[in-house]
Structure formats: C-alpha cells, structure tokens
Write a protein that binds this ligand. Structure first.
Ligand code: SF4
Ligand code: SF4
Length: 470
C-alpha cells in the first residue's frame, strides 16, 4: 500500500502506485485542460507531484510542450541564473563484490585490471585535479568490504582535504559509496563530506534484482532505504538518480520522484541533487542490448520536467553526455556538470588505459575548454563550495533556496570562484573572457553592500589571496 511517510522501501516506492500513475496518465493524456492546469501550478515554483510530472512527460501536444520548455527555462534562470557548478569524479578503486550487469567493475569481469589507489597515489591525483582548477570532487569506488573498507574511504577523504598544492584546495568532497549502515554514514558526516550520492539504477524491484544478481547490492530494500539511514545519521544533503536505459523509463521517472517526495515527507527536505546518467558502453559492457535506452529528445524532456518538479534540486549531467546534449540540457534545467573527467582508477595520473574505465566518456574536453565554452554560451562557470563551509545544508539550505535568498550568495560566490580560476589556472584567452564576464555580472548584483564586498574580494584575489565566500 502506497505511503510516502513509510520507512519501508516497498511502501514509499509502491509498485501499484507507479503502475496506477502510468494508467492515470494514459487515461488523461488528451486532457489539455488538465495539462494546462499542471503547468499553471508549476509556475508557483513549488513543484508538482509524480502523477502531474508524468502527465507532462507524456504530453503529446506541441503547443503545451513548448510552454513546458519555456517554463523549465524560466525556473532554471530564476533560481540558478547563469551559474553552472563544475566538479570532477575521482575513482579510488574498482574492486567490487557486486554483479551489476551494466557495470564494467562487476565482480565477474575478469578482463579488467583491478586497482586500488594508495594514499600517495590519491594525493598525486588530487594535485593534478587542483592544477586543473577543481575545488569540488565526487569520490567513486566499488563495494568491497575488504579492499574498500570504510576506514579506507575515511582515510582517503582526509588525504584529499589535506592536499594544498600551489594555490589549490579541494573544498568539497561528495561521496558515492555503496549503501551502508547508519554508523558508517555518521563517520562520513564526521569526515565532513558534502553530498552523499547513491543511485538507485532502477526502482522496479524485479528488474533491480535481475540487474544485481548477487552481492550486497542485490538487496533492493536495503539499497532503497539507504538515504533514510544517511539522513538519520545527519547527512542531510543527499543525491539520488537512476540509470536511464535499464528499465521502462516511465517507471523509473515516477519512482525517482516518489523517492524525492518520500524524503521530503519524512526528513523535511528532498534530495540536494538528482543525477540522470544514461547507460554507456564499458569494458565487456555493450549498452546497445538495453532496448529501453532513451533518445536525446526524451532525455531533454525528462530534465526539463525534473527542473519543474524539483525547482531547488541541483541537476547533474556528467561527461557521459556529448557537448551538444549538455548544451541543450543546461538550457532547460541542468545546474552542475563535470569537466575534464577520467572514469578510471588513477585516470588523472596514468596513461589512458581504456580497460579500467567504468564507462566511456563522450565529452572528452579539458576543464579549460569547458570553462571557455560555458563562458561563450553566456554562463558563469562556478567552483563555489560555500554552503557546506557556512553550514548551509539540508533544510537550512532549502529554506534559503525556497525564499530566493540563496541567490545573494550563489551569484557573488560564482564570480569570486571564477576569478580564482581565471587568475590561477586559465590560459590568457579564457582569462580575458572570464574577466569580462565577471565585470559585467558584478554590476548586476542588486545589493550595494554585497556588490562592494565582492569587488573588494575580486581585487584581493588579484593580489594572491583566496577562499572568500558569502
Ligand atoms: Fe560495483 Fe558500483 Fe559497478 Fe555495481 S555499479 S558493479 S556496485 S562499481
Ligand atoms: Fe551552491 Fe551554496 Fe555556492 Fe550557491 S552558495 S553555488 S548553493 S555552494
């Protein structure tokens, strides 16, 4: 029985409610009046529910779809302005005891060399990432209680935060590790991680179990209830996601939204971020056998509706996607992208070794190229990590976001961190464009006090100081 307040996976992700939602949408798909009312409701920036969201996703009317895209662009612009936050993944180990059939790191894949970084190797990777200009990392590793123990994860986080190479510093480490216990989540909290990220892959229990045939990840309930345990442990910024292409997309789209509604209902705050990876080839992984892979057009529509449904959640698209898809999805909702990424263990310091990649990358540009591209598209690339440092997490962050006040922090912070990037890492051409954008955007800060302080910080960055924030 569907109950979003329940702590049981199969009640807050109720199979019948998802199937009923799909049927309800089929029954109402020609109801233009109803679709228009949903769009009208969404204009209030308070989100819409999973039934309304699927109705928009399935909407066959071109005029209403155009209105939907306009609304997504309006919401994106109103809440995020021109800012795009940048990050990079860092792969620590590809040892894994699970059997995820879509992942090159699955235990039975004997063709992939297994590797786990030492703390020294991690430090070297971090130096390379710092030299690119990164401030925000997403830590990735397989599930293996022996090779990738929680102590190894904690030690690695400590190493990452400790490296101060030239002007560099990693200021936020988001962590993507397997579902674990409240006790371990508390340890991650103490280690001062940013967002705890865990993808559901698919919300359909039967398919989930087939796709994860053995290993701890086989346990659907334990995996699906992980965010409740993480939040109970005090990790109030959590990131959810599904791997599109594994199951029928409508089912997973609705499941994803029901998961977000559950967290909001029970914990008082929804997910901090939502990721929308699409399945890609990897070592011994042929993505073409997944018949439910979604088209670029549908992918863009999904992102636009996620933006409408969860106006305040960051939406992340990785380098799995092409430059063109990233450009189109940035317009309708994406707020964070990775840049200069390597998806293999030790990928930043060792020669390209395709065999250890978890999945193949489509956007292979350097961070510098991505920053320049974003600037030319009219965006402000941001390396901001201020909220965690200022204690703006969980419901405190959401209150500020929903009241619109967070913009007073995000905008100046994006300029400050872009300035740091321009001064310390950018080539001349990018630096010139960045400085032009910074000067223009500075004038648009409405609050005189904030504007003057930002100006002062920008000048001090030119004198070699850094780490200013609002
Ligand atoms: Fe292991 Fe994660 Fe790959 Fe599954 S998706 S095989 S848990 S690394
Ligand atoms: Fe993100 Fe907070 Fe920085 Fe805004 S101020 S970009 S919400 S970290």
């Amino acid at each position: 029985m569907y109950n979003k307040y329940s702590k049981k996976a199969q009640e807050f992700i109720d199979d019948k409610e998802i199937l009923d939602t799909i049927q309800w949408v089929k029954d109402n798909i020609n109801n233009k009046q109803l679709i228009s009312e949903v769009l009208e409701k969404a204009k209030q920036l308070k989100g819409i529910d999973h039934r309304e969201a699927l109705l928009l996703l399935e909407c066959p009317f071109e005029d209403l779809n155009n209105k939907m895209y306009d609304l997504a662009k309006y919401i994106k612009n109103k809440i995020y302005g021109k800012r795009v936050v940048l990050f990079a993944p860092i792969y620590l180990s590809n040892y894994c005891v699970n059997g995820c059939v879509y992942c090159a790191y699955n235990h039975k894949n004997k063709d992939i060399p297994r590797r786990k970084l030492t703390q020294e190797e991690i430090a070297n990777e971090v130096k390379v990432l710092q030299d690119m200009g990164h401030k925000r990392l997403a830590l990735e590793l397989g599930e293996d209680p022996v090779n990738n123990s929680i102590d190894y994860v904690l030690e690695s986080i400590k190493t990452i935060y400790s490296i101060k190479h030239k002007n560099g510093a990693i200021r936020r480490v988001n962590v993507n590790i397997a579902a674990t216990t409240v006790e371990n989540y508390k340890k991650l909290k103490e280690a001062e991680i940013g967002t705890y990220i865990l993808f559901q892959e698919t919300y359909n229990k039967e398919n989930y179990e087939k796709l994860h045939p053995y290993g701890p990840k086989h346990n659907y309930d334990y995996h699906t209830e992980a965010m409740d345990r993480a939040m109970e442990a005090g990790l109030d910024d959590v990131g959810i996601g599904v791997l599109f292409g594994l199951n029928m997309y409508k089912y997973d789209f609705v499941g994803l939204l029901m998961h977000a509604e559950h967290l909001e209902a029970v914990m008082g705050v929804g997910p901090h971020t939502v990721s929308v990876p699409r399945i890609k080839d990897g070592n011994n992984i042929d993505s073409s056998k997944y018949s439910d892979a979604i088209s670029d057009e549908l992918f863009k529509k999904i992102i636009a509706i996620l933006r409408i449904t969860m106006p305040y959640a960051g939406i992340i698209v990785s380098t799995r996607e092409s430059q063109q898809v990233r450009a189109e999805t940035l317009e309708v909702g994406v707020s964070q992208i990775s840049g200069g990424s390597k998806t293999s263990v030790g990928g930043y310091t060792t020669a390209p070794e395709e065999k250890t990649e978890q999945f193949s990358i489509t956007d292979e540009r350097t961070l510098e190229e991505i920053v320049e591209w974003l600037l030319k598209l009219g965006y402000v690339p941001s390396f901001c990590t201020a909220c965690y440092k200022e204690g703006r997490t969980g419901d405190r962050f959401m209150q500020l976001a929903k009241s619109g006040q967070i913009v007073n922090c995000c905008n100046p912070n994006s300029l400050i961190t872009l300035k740091e990037y321009a001064e310390n890492y950018a080539l001349d051409n990018t630096k010139n464009i960045a400085n032009k954008v910074i000067n223009e955007e500075l004038e648009t800060i409405p609050n005189e006090k904030v504007k003057n302080l930002t100006r002062k910080y920008l000048e001090e960055i030119c004198d070699g100081k850094q780490d200013f924030r609002f």
